[in-house]
Design a protein around this ligand. Structure first.
Ligand SMILES: [Fe+2]
Length: 301
């Protein structure tokens, strides 16, 4: 079922125009009087247009951080489109007000609140966002088994103005993990950008011992769906615990200490991590299976 600008196997769009250098984490413009915003944005656009962009599409990109779970939330918008349509990837409940305030200040129209997977370490912000912004659709993979407004499958394209994200299935950390990759085409960001969730972390990967995880699947997902992207593709994970913000396909193919190994060695590494039971899992997973909406459901007493 395709809707709301989702097209299967055909290009999708989303629009508008600003760009921030993709390796700059949550950097912001600092300008105060509202009247100067448009001018400031134009000025900043000039100094941050470091990705090659077509004249018709400009990506506004922000990497936002939630410190308790070390989660990254990503804001993308087509700033060259009159509506400035935007989407959030992996919003966290605690930071919904911050994220929505940024969306407002930049004059964006939020249309999608998306998750890469059902998280075990924090509660998604998608349910709260839907309650605060009319018309926003929650998005998750059909394979996740979670509730959402829109379920995506491999090959789907998610449009925002003249830009789009492509959906790639990358199971292994959970059964329903997906990676969202910016489009391939003259009007799309170059280099491409991939939002890998927990499938691939910078010099690491997500654990595979819960939520339908499988080290064999994860190994195959990363090698077939992520490492096959152009080497200059920028990779943005759902978490980082060391302060890194971005990596590339080429870098991880050489330096990832787990995924550069052969499959058998990778399986053995993953089996012997001896990680503690995730402290939030019993709260976060049930909440995220209903898209973080559980607190919004009517109370019976
Ligand atoms: Fe996760």
């Amino acid at each position: 079922m395709l809707s709301f600008g989702f097209m299967r196997s055909t290009a999708i769009r989303f629009s508008p125009f600003i760009i921030n250098h993709p390796s700059s984490p949550s950097s912001c413009f600092s300008f105060s009087p509202k009247k100067t915003i448009a001018f400031a944005l134009r000025s900043q656009m000039g100094s941050f247009t470091t990705l090659s962009q077509s004249s018709s599409s400009k990506l506004l990109f922000r990497q936002l951080f939630e410190k308790e779970s070390s989660t990254y939330t990503y804001l993308l918008a087509d700033f060259s489109h009159p509506d400035k349509p935007a989407l959030l990837i992996d919003p966290v409940d605690k930071n919904v007000d911050r994220d929505l305030s940024l969306v407002r200040e930049l004059g964006l129209k939020l249309i999608y609140a998306m998750n890469t997977h059902v998280h075990a370490d924090h509660i998604t912000g998608t349910g709260l966002i839907k309650g605060k912004v009319t018309g926003v659709k929650s998005v998750i993979s059909r394979a996740s088994g979670s509730k959402a407004d829109v379920f995506v499958e491999p090959g789907d394209k998610i449009s925002f103005g003249n830009l789009f994200l492509e959906v790639r299935a990358t199971p292994g950390h959970t059964a329903g993990c997906v990676t969202y990759v910016t489009g391939d085409g003259p009007d799309q960001p170059h280099p491409r950008m991939a939002f890998t969730g927990d499938a691939l972390l910078i010099r690491g990967c997500g654990r595979t011992d819960f939520q339908g995880g499988s080290s064999e699947q994860l190994y195959n997902s990363v090698h077939s769906q992520i490492f096959t992207l152009p080497k200059e593709t920028l990779l943005y994970p759902a978490h980082d615990y060391k302060g890194f913000t971005v990596t590339t396909v080429g870098e991880e193919m050489v330096y990832n200490p787990r995924l550069t190994k052969d499959e058998e060695t990778f399986r053995s590494i993953m089996q012997n991590l001896n990680l503690a039971y995730p402290k939030m899992i019993d709260v976060a997973v049930p909440a995220n299976m209903v898209c973080g909406l559980q607190d919004l459901e009517p109370k019976t007493n």
